[in-house]
Design a protein around this ligand. Structure first.
Ligand code: CA
Length: 232
């Protein structure tokens, strides 16, 4: 077991799930604090040094969704929602409110750890002294300075919009981006929720970067929620 620097806040009112998560984090060498209420979570966040929050939504005092909104008024701390609510609408709402990821109960130890690893990688990328200008996932590479895209070291010809879309994913590797968020970032506010333009743009980009656009390896569809650039 290695000791890790990150300290995790577990917000969960179900003792069984809480114990399960504690057990997993302990195995991985994380330090953690647990709390069973939304109000408790907020007081810990203002008084303690916390690096990541695992947040249940169904809490006894008020909804976890409110915790996300409140925390986002003053903090960029990574929030992974761990909830039994499995509706796409709920997932999209949590992500749009500022959660970084969403895990549906029941979940496996492997899944939880994978999500935590993703947010930790982002922590160091954001906090690091120099921002990487060249990022790669598998054979797909982007040069953010020169605005160039390579697949297996061959330069791809992408349109400016396709480039912007891909760059958005590379700035958020492994993270689910909701359709609404992508539209806002790519087309700007006021474009509403017209998803057809995005679908067309995505199809064009996939034809260029995916061997089999019907079975994407890079940009994965999160049905009913949005898309995610695979981090493997
Ligand atoms: Ca609960």
């Amino acid at each position: 077991m290695q000791n890790r620097n990150e300290r995790i806040l577990i917000v969960e009112d179900d003792p069984q799930i809480r114990n399960f998560i504690c057990y997993l984090l302990k195995q991985e060498g994380f330090s953690y604090i647990t709390v069973g209420t939304a109000q408790g979570a907020l007081s810990i966040l203002v008084s303690e040094q916390i690096d990541i929050m695992l947040l249940d939504l169904g809490l006894p005092d008020f909804d976890g969704m409110e915790v996300i909104k409140k925390v986002r008024e003053w903090s960029e701390i990574p929030i992974i929602v761990v909830s039994a609510r499995d509706q796409d609408k709920e997932k999209a709402l949590a992500l749009d409110s500022g959660a970084d990821d969403y895990l549906t109960k029941p979940f496996s130890a492997t899944e939880l750890m994978a999500r935590i690893r993703v947010v930790i990688r982002h922590l160091y990328k954001v906090g690091g002294t120099k921002q990487l200008t060249s990022l790669a996932v598998g054979g797909l590479r982007i040069d953010l300075d020169k605005r160039l895209v390579y697949l297996d070291n061959v330069e791809l010809h992408v349109t400016p919009m396709e480039y912007n879309l891909l760059a958005l994913f590379f700035r958020n590797i492994g993270k689910v981006l909701t359709t609404r968020y992508i539209i806002k970032e790519i087309y700007g506010v006021g474009y509403g929720t017209d998803t057809q333009a995005l679908r067309t743009l995505m199809a064009g980009l996939r034809r260029k970067i995916e061997k089999d656009p019907a079975k994407p390896r890079y940009i994965l569809t999160e049905i009913g929620v949005g898309y995610r650039l695979s981090d493997e």
